[in-house]
Design a protein. Structure first.
Lengths: 294, 348
Protein backbone atom coordinates (compact mmCIF):
# COMPACT_ATOMS: atom_id res chain seq x y z
CA UNK A 1 0.00 0.00 0.00
CA UNK A 2 1.11 3.48 -0.63
CA UNK A 3 2.44 4.83 2.53
CA UNK A 4 5.47 6.74 3.46
CA UNK A 5 8.17 5.41 5.66
CA UNK A 6 7.12 3.88 8.88
CA UNK A 7 6.17 6.39 11.52
CA UNK A 8 8.97 5.39 13.83
CA UNK A 9 11.57 6.05 11.18
CA UNK A 10 11.51 9.63 10.09
CA UNK A 11 13.25 10.76 6.99
CA UNK A 12 16.89 11.65 7.04
CA UNK A 13 18.33 14.55 8.62
CA UNK A 14 19.15 15.44 11.93
CA UNK A 15 16.57 17.63 13.37
CA UNK A 16 13.41 15.83 12.69
CA UNK A 17 15.01 12.56 12.82
CA UNK A 18 15.94 13.54 16.26
CA UNK A 19 12.44 14.18 17.36
CA UNK A 20 10.89 11.47 15.29
CA UNK A 21 7.71 13.29 14.61
CA UNK A 22 6.20 11.13 12.04
CA UNK A 23 4.11 9.00 14.27
CA UNK A 24 1.67 11.82 14.51
CA UNK A 25 0.53 10.92 11.07
CA UNK A 26 -1.17 7.76 12.03
CA UNK A 27 -3.33 9.48 14.57
CA UNK A 28 -3.97 12.45 12.44
CA UNK A 29 -5.97 10.36 10.14
CA UNK A 30 -8.60 9.53 12.65
CA UNK A 31 -9.30 13.21 12.75
CA UNK A 32 -10.71 12.68 9.31
CA UNK A 33 -13.93 11.57 10.85
CA UNK A 34 -14.68 15.06 11.86
CA UNK A 35 -13.53 16.61 8.69
CA UNK A 36 -15.24 14.48 6.20
CA UNK A 37 -18.33 14.29 8.30
CA UNK A 38 -18.56 18.03 8.24
CA UNK A 39 -17.99 18.22 4.52
CA UNK A 40 -20.05 15.62 2.92
CA UNK A 41 -21.87 14.03 5.73
CA UNK A 42 -22.39 10.37 6.05
CA UNK A 43 -21.77 9.21 2.54
CA UNK A 44 -18.17 10.19 2.40
CA UNK A 45 -17.65 9.29 5.98
CA UNK A 46 -18.93 5.82 5.36
CA UNK A 47 -17.06 5.45 2.10
CA UNK A 48 -13.68 6.36 3.49
CA UNK A 49 -13.58 5.97 7.20
CA UNK A 50 -15.45 2.72 7.28
CA UNK A 51 -13.37 1.37 4.47
CA UNK A 52 -11.25 -1.61 5.39
CA UNK A 53 -9.10 -1.38 2.28
CA UNK A 54 -6.42 1.28 2.82
CA UNK A 55 -5.06 0.96 -0.70
CA UNK A 56 -8.39 1.85 -2.18
CA UNK A 57 -8.52 4.90 0.03
CA UNK A 58 -4.96 5.88 -0.84
CA UNK A 59 -5.76 5.87 -4.52
CA UNK A 60 -9.13 7.53 -4.09
CA UNK A 61 -8.53 10.37 -1.69
CA UNK A 62 -6.56 12.61 -4.09
CA UNK A 63 -9.81 13.14 -5.95
CA UNK A 64 -11.26 14.57 -2.78
CA UNK A 65 -8.26 16.82 -2.37
CA UNK A 66 -9.06 18.33 -5.74
CA UNK A 67 -12.69 18.62 -4.75
CA UNK A 68 -11.78 20.43 -1.53
CA UNK A 69 -9.42 22.76 -3.37
CA UNK A 70 -12.18 23.60 -5.80
CA UNK A 71 -14.68 24.23 -3.06
CA UNK A 72 -12.24 26.46 -1.20
CA UNK A 73 -11.51 28.52 -4.28
CA UNK A 74 -15.24 29.04 -4.69
CA UNK A 75 -15.74 29.95 -1.03
CA UNK A 76 -12.41 31.37 0.10
CA UNK A 77 -13.91 32.87 3.24
CA UNK A 78 -15.41 29.72 4.61
CA UNK A 79 -13.55 28.94 7.79
CA UNK A 80 -15.25 25.55 7.95
CA UNK A 81 -14.13 24.55 4.49
CA UNK A 82 -10.61 25.79 5.10
CA UNK A 83 -10.41 23.87 8.35
CA UNK A 84 -11.69 20.76 6.62
CA UNK A 85 -9.19 21.27 3.82
CA UNK A 86 -6.38 21.73 6.31
CA UNK A 87 -7.16 18.42 7.93
CA UNK A 88 -7.66 16.50 4.73
CA UNK A 89 -4.41 17.72 3.17
CA UNK A 90 -2.56 17.15 6.41
CA UNK A 91 -3.87 13.69 6.82
CA UNK A 92 -3.41 12.57 3.27
CA UNK A 93 0.05 14.12 3.11
CA UNK A 94 1.12 12.60 6.39
CA UNK A 95 -0.22 9.18 5.83
CA UNK A 96 -0.72 8.22 2.24
CA UNK A 97 1.63 10.24 0.05
CA UNK A 98 4.83 8.27 -0.56
CA UNK A 99 6.97 11.03 -2.09
CA UNK A 100 8.61 13.13 0.66
CA UNK A 101 8.82 16.22 -1.53
CA UNK A 102 5.13 16.05 -2.27
CA UNK A 103 4.40 15.50 1.40
CA UNK A 104 6.02 18.86 2.06
CA UNK A 105 3.85 20.53 -0.58
CA UNK A 106 0.66 18.90 0.65
CA UNK A 107 1.26 19.70 4.28
CA UNK A 108 2.40 23.25 3.49
CA UNK A 109 -0.98 23.74 1.86
CA UNK A 110 -2.61 22.13 4.88
CA UNK A 111 -0.85 24.54 7.18
CA UNK A 112 -1.80 27.53 5.06
CA UNK A 113 -5.45 26.45 5.08
CA UNK A 114 -5.33 25.90 8.81
CA UNK A 115 -3.94 29.39 9.37
CA UNK A 116 -6.54 30.96 7.12
CA UNK A 117 -9.33 29.10 8.85
CA UNK A 118 -8.42 30.20 12.34
CA UNK A 119 -7.72 33.72 11.11
CA UNK A 120 -11.28 33.90 9.78
CA UNK A 121 -12.75 32.40 12.94
CA UNK A 122 -10.60 34.31 15.41
CA UNK A 123 -9.29 37.59 14.12
CA UNK A 124 -6.33 37.90 16.46
CA UNK A 125 -5.00 34.63 15.09
CA UNK A 126 -4.21 36.41 11.83
CA UNK A 127 -1.14 37.78 13.62
CA UNK A 128 -0.03 34.62 15.38
CA UNK A 129 2.75 33.62 13.02
CA UNK A 130 6.12 34.56 14.42
CA UNK A 131 4.87 35.51 17.87
CA UNK A 132 7.26 34.84 20.74
CA UNK A 133 6.28 31.79 22.74
CA UNK A 134 4.98 33.50 25.87
CA UNK A 135 2.89 35.91 23.87
CA UNK A 136 1.51 33.12 21.75
CA UNK A 137 0.50 31.20 24.86
CA UNK A 138 -1.27 34.19 26.34
CA UNK A 139 -3.12 34.76 23.07
CA UNK A 140 -4.22 31.14 23.05
CA UNK A 141 -5.71 31.64 26.49
CA UNK A 142 -8.46 33.83 25.07
CA UNK A 143 -9.54 31.44 22.32
CA UNK A 144 -13.10 30.38 23.15
CA UNK A 145 -14.44 26.87 23.29
CA UNK A 146 -16.67 27.37 20.26
CA UNK A 147 -13.54 27.80 18.13
CA UNK A 148 -12.01 24.49 19.04
CA UNK A 149 -12.54 23.02 15.57
CA UNK A 150 -10.38 25.72 14.05
CA UNK A 151 -7.76 25.51 16.75
CA UNK A 152 -7.59 21.77 16.25
CA UNK A 153 -7.20 21.93 12.48
CA UNK A 154 -4.69 24.76 12.86
CA UNK A 155 -2.58 22.69 15.25
CA UNK A 156 -2.64 19.37 13.45
CA UNK A 157 -2.04 20.85 10.02
CA UNK A 158 0.95 22.73 11.42
CA UNK A 159 2.15 19.55 13.06
CA UNK A 160 1.86 17.67 9.78
CA UNK A 161 4.03 20.30 8.15
CA UNK A 162 6.65 20.09 10.90
CA UNK A 163 6.65 16.36 10.45
CA UNK A 164 7.14 16.70 6.71
CA UNK A 165 9.98 19.19 7.17
CA UNK A 166 11.50 17.40 10.09
CA UNK A 167 14.90 17.48 8.44
CA UNK A 168 15.15 21.11 9.42
CA UNK A 169 15.79 22.47 12.89
CA UNK A 170 12.92 24.87 12.38
CA UNK A 171 10.59 21.94 12.90
CA UNK A 172 12.16 21.29 16.28
CA UNK A 173 12.02 24.96 17.12
CA UNK A 174 8.32 25.31 16.35
CA UNK A 175 7.18 22.24 18.20
CA UNK A 176 6.49 24.00 21.52
CA UNK A 177 4.11 26.38 19.75
CA UNK A 178 2.08 23.53 18.31
CA UNK A 179 2.06 21.77 21.63
CA UNK A 180 0.76 24.93 23.29
CA UNK A 181 -2.08 25.12 20.76
CA UNK A 182 -3.00 21.50 21.40
CA UNK A 183 -2.88 22.08 25.13
CA UNK A 184 -5.23 25.01 24.81
CA UNK A 185 -7.62 22.89 22.77
CA UNK A 186 -7.42 20.24 25.46
CA UNK A 187 -8.34 22.79 28.10
CA UNK A 188 -11.36 23.74 26.03
CA UNK A 189 -12.58 20.17 25.60
CA UNK A 190 -10.46 17.25 26.67
CA UNK A 191 -12.89 14.77 25.13
CA UNK A 192 -12.68 16.37 21.69
CA UNK A 193 -12.65 13.70 18.98
CA UNK A 194 -12.88 10.98 21.61
CA UNK A 195 -9.62 11.95 23.21
CA UNK A 196 -7.54 12.63 20.13
CA UNK A 197 -5.93 15.70 21.69
CA UNK A 198 -4.65 13.54 24.51
CA UNK A 199 -3.18 11.14 21.99
CA UNK A 200 -1.28 13.92 20.22
CA UNK A 201 0.01 15.26 23.50
CA UNK A 202 1.01 11.74 24.47
CA UNK A 203 3.12 11.55 21.34
CA UNK A 204 4.64 15.00 21.72
CA UNK A 205 5.60 14.33 25.32
CA UNK A 206 7.27 11.10 24.29
CA UNK A 207 9.45 12.69 21.61
CA UNK A 208 12.18 13.48 24.08
CA UNK A 209 13.45 11.03 26.65
CA UNK A 210 13.71 12.25 30.24
CA UNK A 211 17.42 12.92 29.84
CA UNK A 212 16.57 15.53 27.22
CA UNK A 213 13.89 17.18 29.25
CA UNK A 214 11.04 14.91 28.19
CA UNK A 215 8.21 14.06 30.55
CA UNK A 216 7.27 10.43 30.11
CA UNK A 217 4.82 10.51 33.00
CA UNK A 218 2.91 13.26 31.23
CA UNK A 219 3.00 11.26 28.01
CA UNK A 220 1.63 8.19 29.76
CA UNK A 221 -1.13 10.16 31.44
CA UNK A 222 -2.24 11.51 28.06
CA UNK A 223 -2.17 8.10 26.42
CA UNK A 224 -4.13 6.51 29.25
CA UNK A 225 -6.71 9.26 29.01
CA UNK A 226 -6.92 8.91 25.23
CA UNK A 227 -7.51 5.18 25.54
CA UNK A 228 -10.19 5.77 28.16
CA UNK A 229 -11.96 8.48 26.20
CA UNK A 230 -12.11 6.35 23.08
CA UNK A 231 -13.16 3.37 25.20
CA UNK A 232 -10.28 1.48 23.65
CA UNK A 233 -11.92 1.49 20.23
CA UNK A 234 -9.39 3.78 18.55
CA UNK A 235 -6.60 1.28 17.95
CA UNK A 236 -4.19 3.91 16.64
CA UNK A 237 -3.99 5.33 20.14
CA UNK A 238 -2.78 2.05 21.60
CA UNK A 239 -0.30 1.56 18.77
CA UNK A 240 1.20 4.99 19.41
CA UNK A 241 1.18 4.35 23.15
CA UNK A 242 3.23 1.23 22.53
CA UNK A 243 5.51 2.69 19.91
CA UNK A 244 6.14 6.00 21.62
CA UNK A 245 5.88 5.52 25.32
CA UNK A 246 6.45 1.83 25.94
CA UNK A 247 9.45 1.66 23.64
CA UNK A 248 10.99 4.82 25.03
CA UNK A 249 10.60 3.60 28.59
CA UNK A 250 11.56 0.07 27.72
CA UNK A 251 8.37 -1.36 29.11
CA UNK A 252 8.07 -4.49 27.07
CA UNK A 253 5.15 -5.92 29.01
CA UNK A 254 3.11 -2.81 28.39
CA UNK A 255 4.21 -2.69 24.76
CA UNK A 256 3.26 -6.27 24.02
CA UNK A 257 0.02 -6.09 25.98
CA UNK A 258 -1.16 -2.98 24.12
CA UNK A 259 -0.35 -4.45 20.74
CA UNK A 260 -1.89 -7.80 21.57
CA UNK A 261 -5.04 -5.96 22.56
CA UNK A 262 -4.98 -4.11 19.26
CA UNK A 263 -4.70 -7.34 17.30
CA UNK A 264 -7.54 -8.91 19.25
CA UNK A 265 -9.85 -5.91 18.98
CA UNK A 266 -12.55 -5.50 16.35
CA UNK A 267 -11.49 -3.14 13.59
CA UNK A 268 -15.01 -2.39 12.44
CA UNK A 269 -15.87 0.70 14.41
CA UNK A 270 -17.92 3.42 12.76
CA UNK A 271 -15.60 6.21 11.74
CA UNK A 272 -12.48 4.32 12.77
CA UNK A 273 -12.39 1.21 10.60
CA UNK A 274 -9.85 2.44 8.09
CA UNK A 275 -7.40 3.54 10.71
CA UNK A 276 -8.00 0.55 12.87
CA UNK A 277 -7.02 -1.64 9.93
CA UNK A 278 -3.83 0.37 9.53
CA UNK A 279 -3.23 0.23 13.26
CA UNK A 280 -3.45 -3.55 13.24
CA UNK A 281 -0.94 -3.76 10.43
CA UNK A 282 1.45 -1.63 12.42
CA UNK A 283 0.78 -3.54 15.60
CA UNK A 284 1.84 -6.73 13.84
CA UNK A 285 5.09 -5.16 12.71
CA UNK A 286 5.84 -3.73 16.12
CA UNK A 287 5.12 -7.01 17.86
CA UNK A 288 7.31 -8.85 15.41
CA UNK A 289 10.23 -6.60 16.24
CA UNK A 290 9.53 -6.57 19.98
CA UNK A 291 12.01 -9.24 20.96
CA UNK A 292 14.73 -7.66 18.89
CA UNK A 293 14.00 -4.21 20.28
CA UNK A 294 13.72 -4.97 23.98
CA UNK B 1 27.06 12.77 42.24
CA UNK B 2 30.34 12.51 40.49
CA UNK B 3 31.99 15.51 39.10
CA UNK B 4 32.62 13.76 35.86
CA UNK B 5 29.02 13.04 35.16
CA UNK B 6 28.07 16.59 35.65
CA UNK B 7 30.15 17.85 32.88
CA UNK B 8 27.57 16.38 30.60
CA UNK B 9 24.91 18.83 30.95
CA UNK B 10 26.29 22.10 29.75
CA UNK B 11 27.30 20.70 26.52
CA UNK B 12 24.24 18.75 25.74
CA UNK B 13 24.86 18.36 22.16
CA UNK B 14 22.95 16.86 19.45
CA UNK B 15 25.28 14.03 19.58
CA UNK B 16 25.50 13.69 23.28
CA UNK B 17 22.81 11.38 23.18
CA UNK B 18 24.39 8.21 22.34
CA UNK B 19 25.07 6.38 25.51
CA UNK B 20 26.24 3.12 24.31
CA UNK B 21 26.21 0.25 26.60
CA UNK B 22 27.83 -2.93 25.80
CA UNK B 23 27.16 -6.17 27.47
CA UNK B 24 28.64 -9.44 26.54
CA UNK B 25 26.21 -12.10 25.67
CA UNK B 26 26.05 -15.44 27.32
CA UNK B 27 27.95 -18.43 26.19
CA UNK B 28 26.45 -18.41 22.71
CA UNK B 29 28.71 -18.06 19.71
CA UNK B 30 27.49 -14.56 18.97
CA UNK B 31 28.71 -11.80 21.25
CA UNK B 32 25.70 -9.60 21.84
CA UNK B 33 26.77 -6.05 22.42
CA UNK B 34 24.04 -4.09 24.10
CA UNK B 35 24.02 -0.43 23.23
CA UNK B 36 21.94 2.17 25.02
CA UNK B 37 21.45 5.75 23.96
CA UNK B 38 19.78 8.84 25.28
CA UNK B 39 18.73 9.59 21.71
CA UNK B 40 15.13 8.70 21.02
CA UNK B 41 14.50 5.77 18.79
CA UNK B 42 14.09 6.90 15.21
CA UNK B 43 16.49 9.78 15.63
CA UNK B 44 19.22 10.32 13.08
CA UNK B 45 21.86 9.22 15.53
CA UNK B 46 20.06 6.08 16.50
CA UNK B 47 19.44 5.20 12.88
CA UNK B 48 23.13 5.64 12.12
CA UNK B 49 24.03 3.50 15.11
CA UNK B 50 21.57 0.81 14.14
CA UNK B 51 22.81 0.83 10.55
CA UNK B 52 26.34 0.47 11.92
CA UNK B 53 25.16 -2.43 14.05
CA UNK B 54 23.78 -4.18 11.00
CA UNK B 55 27.03 -3.73 9.13
CA UNK B 56 28.94 -5.15 12.08
CA UNK B 57 26.67 -8.17 12.19
CA UNK B 58 27.02 -8.78 8.47
CA UNK B 59 30.76 -8.29 8.35
CA UNK B 60 31.34 -10.56 11.34
CA UNK B 61 28.93 -13.11 9.91
CA UNK B 62 26.78 -12.83 12.98
CA UNK B 63 29.55 -13.25 15.54
CA UNK B 64 29.01 -9.75 16.90
CA UNK B 65 25.52 -8.42 17.39
CA UNK B 66 24.92 -4.86 18.55
CA UNK B 67 21.67 -4.43 20.45
CA UNK B 68 20.48 -0.90 21.09
CA UNK B 69 18.71 0.65 24.02
CA UNK B 70 17.67 4.16 23.01
CA UNK B 71 16.02 6.89 25.01
CA UNK B 72 18.36 6.89 27.99
CA UNK B 73 16.85 3.76 29.44
CA UNK B 74 20.26 2.73 30.77
CA UNK B 75 20.61 6.05 32.57
CA UNK B 76 23.06 8.89 32.38
CA UNK B 77 26.82 8.64 32.03
CA UNK B 78 27.37 8.08 35.73
CA UNK B 79 24.77 5.34 35.92
CA UNK B 80 26.20 3.61 32.89
CA UNK B 81 29.67 3.77 34.39
CA UNK B 82 28.30 2.29 37.58
CA UNK B 83 26.76 -0.57 35.64
CA UNK B 84 30.07 -1.10 33.91
CA UNK B 85 31.83 -1.16 37.23
CA UNK B 86 29.65 -3.95 38.54
CA UNK B 87 30.00 -5.87 35.32
CA UNK B 88 26.45 -5.43 34.17
CA UNK B 89 27.55 -3.44 31.14
CA UNK B 90 30.83 -3.17 29.32
CA UNK B 91 30.86 0.16 27.61
CA UNK B 92 29.03 3.22 26.44
CA UNK B 93 28.95 6.37 24.44
CA UNK B 94 29.43 9.27 26.75
CA UNK B 95 29.96 12.94 26.79
CA UNK B 96 33.67 13.49 27.10
CA UNK B 97 33.23 14.89 30.59
CA UNK B 98 30.95 12.00 31.48
CA UNK B 99 33.83 9.62 30.98
CA UNK B 100 36.18 11.97 32.80
CA UNK B 101 35.54 10.05 35.98
CA UNK B 102 37.55 7.21 34.49
CA UNK B 103 39.98 9.32 32.52
CA UNK B 104 40.23 12.93 33.73
CA UNK B 105 41.98 14.24 30.61
CA UNK B 106 38.61 14.08 28.91
CA UNK B 107 37.52 17.03 31.05
CA UNK B 108 40.02 19.36 29.43
CA UNK B 109 38.17 20.41 26.29
CA UNK B 110 35.35 21.60 28.51
CA UNK B 111 37.39 24.21 30.37
CA UNK B 112 35.48 27.48 29.93
CA UNK B 113 36.85 29.79 27.22
CA UNK B 114 39.71 27.43 26.46
CA UNK B 115 39.15 27.76 22.72
CA UNK B 116 38.71 30.90 20.66
CA UNK B 117 37.27 29.27 17.61
CA UNK B 118 36.39 26.06 15.84
CA UNK B 119 39.61 26.44 13.86
CA UNK B 120 41.51 26.14 17.12
CA UNK B 121 39.39 23.17 18.06
CA UNK B 122 40.22 21.43 14.80
CA UNK B 123 43.92 22.09 15.20
CA UNK B 124 43.97 20.88 18.78
CA UNK B 125 41.74 17.88 18.28
CA UNK B 126 43.78 16.62 15.34
CA UNK B 127 46.77 16.49 17.69
CA UNK B 128 45.25 15.73 21.07
CA UNK B 129 42.38 13.34 20.23
CA UNK B 130 44.76 10.45 19.45
CA UNK B 131 46.47 11.00 22.79
CA UNK B 132 43.14 11.01 24.56
CA UNK B 133 42.23 7.78 22.82
CA UNK B 134 45.51 6.23 23.93
CA UNK B 135 45.03 7.45 27.48
CA UNK B 136 41.51 6.12 27.51
CA UNK B 137 42.81 2.71 26.45
CA UNK B 138 45.17 2.77 29.42
CA UNK B 139 42.14 3.53 31.56
CA UNK B 140 40.42 0.41 30.26
CA UNK B 141 38.21 1.75 27.50
CA UNK B 142 38.65 1.36 23.78
CA UNK B 143 37.55 4.53 22.07
CA UNK B 144 35.65 3.92 18.89
CA UNK B 145 35.40 7.58 18.06
CA UNK B 146 34.97 11.14 19.24
CA UNK B 147 32.37 13.50 17.90
CA UNK B 148 31.70 17.16 18.27
CA UNK B 149 28.94 18.51 20.43
CA UNK B 150 29.87 22.08 19.73
CA UNK B 151 30.30 25.29 21.63
CA UNK B 152 27.83 26.31 24.28
CA UNK B 153 26.70 29.94 24.08
CA UNK B 154 25.25 32.09 26.84
CA UNK B 155 21.52 32.62 26.54
CA UNK B 156 19.33 34.94 28.55
CA UNK B 157 16.41 37.30 28.37
CA UNK B 158 18.72 40.31 28.57
CA UNK B 159 21.61 40.69 26.14
CA UNK B 160 24.91 39.62 27.72
CA UNK B 161 27.81 41.54 26.20
CA UNK B 162 30.32 41.61 29.01
CA UNK B 163 31.06 40.22 32.39
CA UNK B 164 29.32 43.25 33.86
CA UNK B 165 26.10 42.16 32.21
CA UNK B 166 26.40 38.92 34.14
CA UNK B 167 26.61 40.54 37.54
CA UNK B 168 23.66 39.98 39.85
CA UNK B 169 22.34 37.40 37.40
CA UNK B 170 21.63 33.84 38.40
CA UNK B 171 23.83 31.81 36.11
CA UNK B 172 23.26 28.15 35.48
CA UNK B 173 26.06 25.71 36.08
CA UNK B 174 25.31 22.05 35.45
CA UNK B 175 24.87 20.16 38.65
CA UNK B 176 28.29 19.39 40.06
CA UNK B 177 30.33 20.94 37.24
CA UNK B 178 33.08 22.15 39.56
CA UNK B 179 35.32 23.54 36.86
CA UNK B 180 32.63 25.85 35.48
CA UNK B 181 31.66 26.75 39.01
CA UNK B 182 35.23 27.78 39.79
CA UNK B 183 35.34 29.82 36.61
CA UNK B 184 32.15 31.64 37.54
CA UNK B 185 33.45 32.37 40.98
CA UNK B 186 36.70 33.66 39.54
CA UNK B 187 34.63 36.10 37.54
CA UNK B 188 32.85 37.17 40.71
CA UNK B 189 29.53 35.81 39.52
CA UNK B 190 26.70 33.87 41.12
CA UNK B 191 26.45 30.39 39.69
CA UNK B 192 23.49 28.13 40.45
CA UNK B 193 23.84 24.37 40.28
CA UNK B 194 20.94 22.59 38.60
CA UNK B 195 20.55 19.48 36.48
CA UNK B 196 19.98 20.30 32.80
CA UNK B 197 16.54 18.76 32.91
CA UNK B 198 15.44 21.37 35.48
CA UNK B 199 16.71 24.36 33.54
CA UNK B 200 13.53 25.05 31.60
CA UNK B 201 11.57 25.24 34.82
CA UNK B 202 14.36 27.31 36.33
CA UNK B 203 14.03 29.84 33.53
CA UNK B 204 10.26 29.87 33.89
CA UNK B 205 10.32 30.47 37.61
CA UNK B 206 13.16 32.97 37.66
CA UNK B 207 15.49 30.65 39.50
CA UNK B 208 17.88 31.17 36.59
CA UNK B 209 18.63 34.15 34.37
CA UNK B 210 21.48 32.92 32.21
CA UNK B 211 22.12 29.48 30.73
CA UNK B 212 24.72 27.98 28.43
CA UNK B 213 23.95 25.54 25.65
CA UNK B 214 24.85 24.75 22.08
CA UNK B 215 22.25 25.97 19.59
CA UNK B 216 21.16 22.40 18.96
CA UNK B 217 20.77 21.69 22.66
CA UNK B 218 18.82 24.88 23.20
CA UNK B 219 16.31 23.83 20.57
CA UNK B 220 16.02 20.24 21.67
CA UNK B 221 15.59 21.22 25.31
CA UNK B 222 13.17 23.96 24.26
CA UNK B 223 15.09 26.64 26.13
CA UNK B 224 14.55 28.88 23.12
CA UNK B 225 11.02 29.46 24.35
CA UNK B 226 12.37 31.14 27.48
CA UNK B 227 15.31 33.24 26.32
CA UNK B 228 15.58 36.17 23.93
CA UNK B 229 19.31 36.60 23.41
CA UNK B 230 22.23 34.35 22.55
CA UNK B 231 25.74 35.65 23.08
CA UNK B 232 28.06 34.59 20.29
CA UNK B 233 30.84 33.53 22.56
CA UNK B 234 32.26 30.00 22.55
CA UNK B 235 31.96 29.39 26.26
CA UNK B 236 32.68 25.69 26.49
CA UNK B 237 33.34 22.98 23.95
CA UNK B 238 31.67 19.61 24.24
CA UNK B 239 32.49 16.30 22.65
CA UNK B 240 31.05 12.81 22.66
CA UNK B 241 33.05 9.63 23.14
CA UNK B 242 31.92 6.18 22.11
CA UNK B 243 33.92 3.72 24.15
CA UNK B 244 33.77 0.03 24.88
CA UNK B 245 35.33 -1.49 27.90
CA UNK B 246 38.63 -3.00 26.86
CA UNK B 247 37.82 -6.39 28.39
CA UNK B 248 34.67 -6.69 26.29
CA UNK B 249 36.52 -5.74 23.14
CA UNK B 250 39.33 -8.14 23.84
CA UNK B 251 36.84 -10.94 24.22
CA UNK B 252 36.16 -10.57 20.51
CA UNK B 253 38.46 -11.98 17.88
CA UNK B 254 41.05 -9.58 16.50
CA UNK B 255 39.28 -9.28 13.17
CA UNK B 256 35.91 -8.70 14.81
CA UNK B 257 37.44 -6.00 17.00
CA UNK B 258 38.70 -4.29 13.90
CA UNK B 259 35.25 -4.46 12.30
CA UNK B 260 33.59 -2.91 15.35
CA UNK B 261 36.18 -0.14 15.49
CA UNK B 262 36.07 0.60 11.78
CA UNK B 263 32.33 0.48 11.30
CA UNK B 264 31.29 2.30 14.44
CA UNK B 265 34.26 4.64 14.05
CA UNK B 266 32.84 5.63 10.66
CA UNK B 267 29.48 6.24 12.27
CA UNK B 268 31.06 8.52 14.84
CA UNK B 269 33.04 10.32 12.16
CA UNK B 270 29.84 10.97 10.25
CA UNK B 271 28.20 12.34 13.38
CA UNK B 272 31.28 14.45 14.11
CA UNK B 273 31.02 16.03 10.66
CA UNK B 274 27.30 16.71 10.65
CA UNK B 275 27.29 18.13 14.15
CA UNK B 276 28.98 21.36 13.13
CA UNK B 277 26.51 21.99 10.36
CA UNK B 278 23.65 21.14 12.71
CA UNK B 279 24.79 23.77 15.18
CA UNK B 280 25.30 26.33 12.46
CA UNK B 281 21.81 25.78 11.15
CA UNK B 282 20.32 25.61 14.64
CA UNK B 283 21.87 29.00 15.40
CA UNK B 284 20.08 30.46 12.37
CA UNK B 285 16.85 28.88 13.46
CA UNK B 286 17.26 30.34 16.93
CA UNK B 287 17.58 33.77 15.39
CA UNK B 288 14.46 33.21 13.30
CA UNK B 289 12.65 32.02 16.41
CA UNK B 290 13.34 35.35 18.10
CA UNK B 291 16.53 34.52 20.01
CA UNK B 292 18.73 37.39 18.90
CA UNK B 293 22.47 36.94 18.44
CA UNK B 294 24.57 39.25 20.61
CA UNK B 295 28.17 40.07 19.75
CA UNK B 296 30.87 40.45 22.38
CA UNK B 297 33.77 42.77 21.85
CA UNK B 298 37.30 41.43 21.80
CA UNK B 299 38.44 43.44 24.78
CA UNK B 300 35.73 41.94 26.93
CA UNK B 301 36.58 38.45 25.78
CA UNK B 302 40.25 38.96 26.54
CA UNK B 303 39.24 40.17 29.92
CA UNK B 304 37.02 37.18 30.56
CA UNK B 305 39.66 34.80 29.37
CA UNK B 306 42.41 36.31 31.45
CA UNK B 307 40.22 36.19 34.51
CA UNK B 308 39.36 32.56 33.94
CA UNK B 309 43.02 31.74 33.42
CA UNK B 310 43.60 32.83 36.98
CA UNK B 311 41.92 29.61 38.08
CA UNK B 312 44.43 27.46 36.19
CA UNK B 313 46.75 27.09 39.18
CA UNK B 314 43.79 25.83 41.15
CA UNK B 315 42.73 23.53 38.32
CA UNK B 316 46.17 21.99 38.34
CA UNK B 317 45.67 20.91 41.91
CA UNK B 318 42.48 19.06 41.12
CA UNK B 319 42.29 15.30 40.80
CA UNK B 320 39.92 15.64 37.86
CA UNK B 321 42.46 17.53 35.79
CA UNK B 322 45.25 15.76 33.95
CA UNK B 323 48.01 18.32 34.29
CA UNK B 324 50.42 16.77 31.81
CA UNK B 325 47.75 16.61 29.14
CA UNK B 326 46.61 20.13 29.97
CA UNK B 327 50.13 21.39 29.36
CA UNK B 328 50.33 19.53 26.07
CA UNK B 329 47.01 20.96 25.03
CA UNK B 330 47.99 24.49 25.97
CA UNK B 331 51.25 24.09 24.09
CA UNK B 332 49.41 22.99 20.94
CA UNK B 333 47.03 25.89 21.34
CA UNK B 334 49.92 28.33 21.74
CA UNK B 335 51.52 26.86 18.64
CA UNK B 336 48.35 27.48 16.65
CA UNK B 337 47.98 31.01 17.97
CA UNK B 338 51.61 31.81 17.19
CA UNK B 339 51.06 30.64 13.63
CA UNK B 340 47.82 32.59 13.33
CA UNK B 341 48.42 35.89 15.05
CA UNK B 342 45.63 37.52 13.10
CA UNK B 343 42.99 34.92 13.83
CA UNK B 344 39.87 36.39 15.38
CA UNK B 345 39.72 36.31 19.13
CA UNK B 346 36.56 34.35 18.89
CA UNK B 347 34.12 32.91 16.44
CA UNK B 348 30.72 31.58 17.06
Amino acid sequence: MTRRTSPGAPRQASAGAFLALSACASLALTGCANLIGSMAADTLSAAILNQNDPELVASGVPAYLLLVDGMISQSPDSADLLAAGAELFALYGSRFEPDPDRVVLLTAKARAYGERAICLAHERACRWRGLPYDEFVSQLAVVEAKKIDYLYSYAISWLSYLDATSDDWTAVAELPWVEAALERALQLDEAYEDGELHAYLGILNALRPPALGGRPEVSQMHFERAVALSAGRNLSVKVEYARRYARMMFEQDLHDRLLTEVLAAPVEVPGLTLFNVLAQQEAEQLLRSSKEYF
Amino acid sequence: MSQARNRIAPYLSAWMTALLVVAAAGPSLAAEIKIASIAPDGSEWMREMRAGGERVRDLTEGRVVLKFYPGGVMGNDAQVLRKIRIGQLQGGAFTAGGLGERYPALNLYGIPLLFNSLEEVDYVRARIDPKLAAGLADAGFISVGFSEGGFANLMANEPIRSVDDLRRKKIWVPDGDQISYLAMEALGLSPVFLPATDVLTGLQTGLLDVVAASPVAALVLQWHTKVKHRTELPVTYSMGVFAIEARAMQALGAEDQRVVRDVMGDVMLGIDRTSREDNRRAAEVLTNAGVHPVAVNDADIDNLRRTIETIYPELRQRSDIDVAMLDELLAVLAEYRAAHPDAPTHSD
